[in-house]
Design a protein. Structure first.
Length: 521
């Protein structure tokens, strides 16, 4: 048999500094890692394979050629750094070789490795899904009170979407105009019914995308469907408003449109102004203008993407209730969540906060093109749009928001410094699920995760999918976080010892430049 000296050289920590070795491996344990031991029974949770999605395959295959051609299109002025970082971060998202968190069972020492995410804000379905679930849980548990909530959706004219895609300051003001017009309508109703000094509030979400992965800046506003007012006893009382009629919605829209146009005039802009974004990033500006119009390609080669589908669908042209249109502006207020329906409210919040893409919507054709499945068939029967890969990547590029841009805004009594906010916001802890929160000791409160701004991964998985990812599949005990390791020598040694890949797959090298008019799909 081998001596001790030889056996020490076979341990994955051999050759690693003692301090790093202690952080990564202490206390000593047998390596029963979930997914590598045949005796481990099947569990409901299984880590995703990022390389298995069609979206990953398309980005990995074409992104380097796409970025290289983008740099050549405008005399070397490549895409902004934050867009390139978004693509490259997506290609590392979910791979253990890029770093991971290490969990160990307190009973039988079974271990689980969970890969780090890219935390992208543009198009990553995994990170966008987590952000959606986390923010929706925060709104329901800590912001929106248990009163009726109505969703107002403001859609803007095509060229105005292009301007607002680059001017976040104007986006914020448009959201403020929307809230102000609705609150004015609610205050008028309340004062007519004898309510003194009424105040409303809500949350506005700025969405940058449409159903065809196009650039479509619009506003989802989750507003309290009524007003708060100070009661005779000194406390706040909520007065629920009746459902608005289509005439009421039209009156609100008639207030919004001139105010938005006055806002553009004050900033020396109009709906056809393209100079400001072009000066900042000409390549991205060209793609944004194409995407807003629902086209693909560049210059004279621009055209509509290929459509696939069945026969045309018969549609009614009757005006929907709580809906109004005027001069390219569209306002819809048909979704209302009654008080007490917190689960439904959370679903509405997730809808407003959803990411642009779901992985199952993306497939590839036998010719190598990208087919995007539409969430709802169009009136002409279209169910899929087909893009040439680089045209599809151009659409993804314009969806990436600029760094440090806040897409969730709070208004009225829910604004951060509102005088009544502390009395209005939701303060109840989430209901118990029957499973202890992740990594919770007996001395900690029952809602540890909800007391922090950020939610733990395991608590979100339990809340959204009802899956307890920290339940040990071997003994039923609890898995605890014992270390987080980034991409380093320690990480590679551990993964190599367990038989996992030690390197993140590299994107395919750029191809020789084709004609620049090949951007049309």
């Amino acid at each position: 048999c081998h001596g001790r000296a030889f056996l020490r050289t076979q341990h994955p920590a051999h050759g690693i500094a003692r301090s790093a070795r202690r952080r990564a491996f202490w206390p000593p344990t047998r390596w029963h890692v979930v997914g590598t031991d045949a005796r481990v029974p099947a569990v409901e949770y299984a880590p995703r394979d990022p390389s298995a999605s069609a979206l990953y395959a398309v980005v990995g295959e074409h992104v380097e050629s796409f970025l290289a051609e983008a740099a050549r299109m405008r005399d070397g002025q490549s895409l902004p750094r934050f867009v390139e970082d978004e693509f490259r971060g997506f290609l590392r998202c979910g791979f253990l070789a890029g770093g991971f968190a290490r969990f160990r069972c307190t009973g039988c020492t079974t271990e689980r490795l969970v890969a780090f995410s890219c935390k992208g804000r543009g198009f990553c379905p995994s990170c966008g899904g987590r952000r959606m679930a986390e923010r929706a849980a925060h709104l329901v548990d800590h912001v929106l009170p248990d009163v009726p909530v109505r969703q107002w959706v403001l859609t803007l004219p095509y060229r105005l979407r292009y301007v607002l895609a680059w001017r976040h300051d104007l986006c914020r003001r448009v959201a403020r105009i929307l809230h102000g017009a609705i609150e004015r309508h609610l205050r008028t109703w309340a004062q007519a019914h004898g309510v003194a000094h009424p105040r409303g509030g809500g949350v506005a979400v700025l969405q940058r995308f449409g159903g065809s992965v196009n650039l479509n800046v619009h506003v989802h506003a989750l507003l309290l469907d009524g007003v708060f007012a100070r009661a005779a006893g000194g406390g706040l009382r909520f007065h629920a408003a009746p459902a608005p009629s289509s005439t009421d919605v039209a009156e609100v829209l008639a207030t919004i449109v001139p105010r938005v146009r006055a806002l553009l005039t004050r900033h020396d802009l109009d709906e056809d102004d393209a100079s400001d974004p072009g000066d900042a990033s000409p390549v991205l500006a060209d793609w944004a203008a194409t995407s807003v119009e629902g086209l693909v390609g560049a210059g004279a080669a621009r055209r509509r993407p290929t459509r696939l589908g069945a026969a045309a669908i018969a549609t009614s042209h009757a005006q929907a209730p709580c809906h109004a249109q005027w001069e390219g502006f569209d306002l819809h207020a048909g979704v209302r969540v009654p008080a007490g329906q917190r689960d439904r409210l959370e679903r509405v919040c997730r809808y407003a906060l959803r990411p642009p893409l779901a992985e199952e919507r993306i497939t590839t054709t036998p010719d190598g093109d990208v087919a995007v499945h539409l969430r709802r068939p169009w009136g002409d029967g279209t169910t899929h749009l087909v893009f040439e890969p680089k045209a599809f990547l151009a659409r993804l590029a314009v969806l990436v928001p600029r760094p440090r841009v806040n897409l969730v805004l709070y208004h009225g009594v829910l604004a951060p410094r509102a005088a009544w906010r502390r009395e209005v916001v939701a303060t109840e802890a989430p209901q118990a699920t029957g499973v202890p929160p992740a990594d919770q000791s007996a001395a900690e409160p029952a809602c540890t995760a909800s007391l922090h701004r950020g939610w733990r991964w395991a608590d979100l998985m339990r809340r959204v999918f009802a899956v307890d990812v920290l339940a040990c599949p071997r003994c039923g005990g609890r898995l605890r976080l014992i270390a987080t390791l980034d991409a380093s020598g320690v990480t590679r040694r551990i993964l190599g010892h367990l038989g996992f890949s030690t390197e993140v797959p590299l994107p395919k090298a750029p191809r020789a430049p084709p004609g620049l008019d090949d951007w049309a799909s």
